[in-house]
Structures are given as structure tokens and as C-alpha cells.
Ligand binder design. Structure first.
Ligand code: NCD
Length: 309
């Protein structure tokens, strides 16, 4: 009903009355399966455990049909490009595509050529939006308001899409975000809304949460060794003595215990690691439901719904 106020039913058309009734029916019984009949493609061109499984669980809990596309066994190994693959997914009947790719910008490219909704599950060094959302959710559950809370993100920031996406979301909610690690892994980070230092003690000092990142063996810089990293940047209970007494430890996984963090911290009472994994499901449910509501079902999906009912 396109009118701000409701004064009288006299003069309302059948269509307008119907619209109110339809809205009421919808609100009285919120759709329990907003992905019913939807074909959700999970294209993971990079390894993943938590992210892939939680997207799959989330989609199924909303009634969606999930299909995992493994580039290793698809025509992508024959040289079919991401663009070609994505175009064909639309033709086959998918309306939602979750994509992880080793190239920054891959999700945006996919979104340009896919008719439906694309959700970025991590693209190269660029972004990992659902991880940042679930981290935000986890921290807000603990702190409520994040305004003025100090969060230190430590490790290979340069190569971390998790760190970069977290900087945006956390700073948007007023957190005081610090990035720390070896100087070579902080290059260019001064253009992000965060404080940047290779002095770990300064970054951790008074922190309410410390977020570790995986030391990516494949990306150890020249002249850097595991031993020197451990000596200067490993998160230990002793180092956390500088943080707020109840400071939390977070990590997106997978963790190299004994490298970026001790086993004691990673599995100890400060650790939110399993809570983060747990929160991945509701966050991805929300993202998928929203995506599906913004794109029409494909003919194949409509056919499936018809055959189910
Ligand atoms: C991360 C990723 O792949 O971006 N893991 C994750 O999604 N939970 C971090 C990593 O690979 O180190």
C-alpha cells in the first residue's frame, strides 16, 4: 500500500487490500525454507574446510539444493575459464553461486557474467566477507558494543583476505584495529583504517581481542624463517599478559599450532576459535537467504519447486 497513513478502507482497491493481507500472511508464517528449490553451486578453486562445509550446511538448512563443483575434476583443468564456467552454471539452472578463487577479483568477475547471485567465499589476497561477518558476530556476542575495543590482527596481513575484510567491518563499528607482524607483511597496509606496527607488544598492549592469521608456508618471505617468526610474533600466554586480562584469541583456521600461536592459547579458555566456526553457519544462512531473495528463480528451479509441491 503506497500510502504513508492508513485512515480508512473506503476507497482502497481490491489489489491494495490483497497486498496487506498477503503481507500479513507472510509475516504470520515466515518462510521456513527461503532457499527451497534453489540450486546453489559451490565453486571452490582453492582448498577449504570450514567455509565450504558451513556454506553447504547453511544452504541445506534453508531448503536449498547444493552442488559442489570441484575445479580439479571439471573442465576448468582443460582450460575453461571462470567466465565460461559461470555462464554455463546459469544456463544449467543455478541462481546462487558461492565462489572461492586464488585470484583477487575473481568473485567480482563471476558476478558480472552470472545471472544470479554471487557470494565471495574468499578471492586471493583481496576479501573474505563472510569470515569478517562471522568474526564481527562473534565479537559482538562477547562485547556488545565494539566502540573503542582494541583488536590486534597479527601475522601475514599482506596475504590475508581475512585481515583485510576484518579491518573494514571492525573499524565500521568503532573498534580500534591494529595490524602487526613482520614489516614485509605489513606493506601497503597504511591505506586501511587501522594502526600498523611491526612491534607486536605495542599492538597487543591492552588489546581486548587478538586475531591470529595462518603463517602461510608457501609465502614465507625471503630471509624469514619459522624460528624467527615464532620468536618475535608467536602468540603465547606470556605475551598476552600485556593484553586486557580477559582478552580473547581468535583465528579463522586452519591453525598451525606451535607457529603463529601456542597450543595452550589456541585451545585455552580465551580461544573463540570453535565459536567462530560455529557462527559461520547462521551468518552464511543470512547471506544466502538475502541473496536468494534478490534474484528470481531460474526456470529449472521453478520446475523443481512445482515437482516438490
Ligand atoms: C582462511 C582463508 O582461506 O581465507 N581460512 C578460512 O576461510 N577460514 C585463512 C587461511 O587460509 O589461512
Amino acid at each position: 500500500v503506497n500510502s504513508r497513513s492508513l485512515i480508512d478502507v473506503e476507497g482502497m482497491s481490491a489489489g491494495q487490500l490483497d497486498q496487506v493481507l498477503a503481507q500479513a500472511a507472510q509475516l504470520a508464517e515466515p518462510d521456513p525454507s527461503p532457499l527451497r528449490g534453489r540450486h546453489v553451486a559451490l565453486l571452490f578453486a582453492e582448498p577449504s574446510t570450514r567455509t565450504r562445509l558451513s556454506f553447504e550446511v547453511a544452504a541445506r538448512r534453508l531448503g536449498g539444493e547444493t552442488y559442489v563443483l570441484d575445479p580439479q575434476s571439471s573442465s576448468m583443468v582443460k582450460g575453461e575459464t571462470l567466465v565460461d564456467t559461470v555462464r554455463n552454471l546459469g544456463a544449467i539452472g543455478f541462481s546462487v553461486l558461492v565462489v572461492r578463487h586464488h585470484r583477487a577479483g575473481a568473485a567480482a568477475v563471476a558476478a558480472r557474467y552470472f545471472g544470479g547471485a554471487v557470494i565471495n567465499a574468499g578471492d586471493g589476497w583481496h576479501a573474505h566477507p563472510t569470515q569478517a561477518l562471522l568474526d564481527l558476530f562473534t565479537l559482538r556476542q562477547r562485547f556488545g558494543d565494539l566502540n573503542g575495543r582494541k583488536v590486534a590482527i597479527v601475522g601475514d596481513v599482506l596475504h590475508s583476505r581475512v585481515a583485510k575484510s576484518n579491518v573494514w567491518t571492525l573499524s565500521t563499528f568503532g573498534a580500534d584495529v591494529w595490524l602487526s607482524g613482520p614489516a614485509g607483511w605489513l606493506r601497503g597496509m597504511d591505506r586501511y583504517p587501522a594502526r600498523v606496527t611491526d612491534d607486536l607488544d605495542q599492538a597487543i598492549d591492552g588489546a581486548d581481542a587478538v586475531m591470529g592469521l595462518r603463517v602461510q608456508k608457501e609465502r614465507m618471505a625471503r630471509g624469514m624463517s619459522f624460528d624467527s617468526y615464532i620468536e618475535r610474533y608467536q602468540i603465547t600466554e606470556a605475551r598476552l599478559a600485556r593484553s586486557a586480562p580477559e582478552a580473547y584469541y581468535m583465528h579463522p583456521g586452519p591453525i598451525n599450532e606451535g607457529v603463529e600461536v601456542t597450543r595452550e592459547v589456541a585451545r585455552g579458555p580465551r580461544s573463540l576459535v570453535l565459536e567462530q566456526a560455529h557462527n559461520g553457519v547462521p551468518i552464511r544462512m543470512a547471506v544466502l537467504a538475502n541473496a536468494a531473495s534478490n534474484v528470481p528463480a531460474t526456470p529449472q528451479e521453478r520446475e523443481l519447486v512445482r515437482s516438490l509441491s
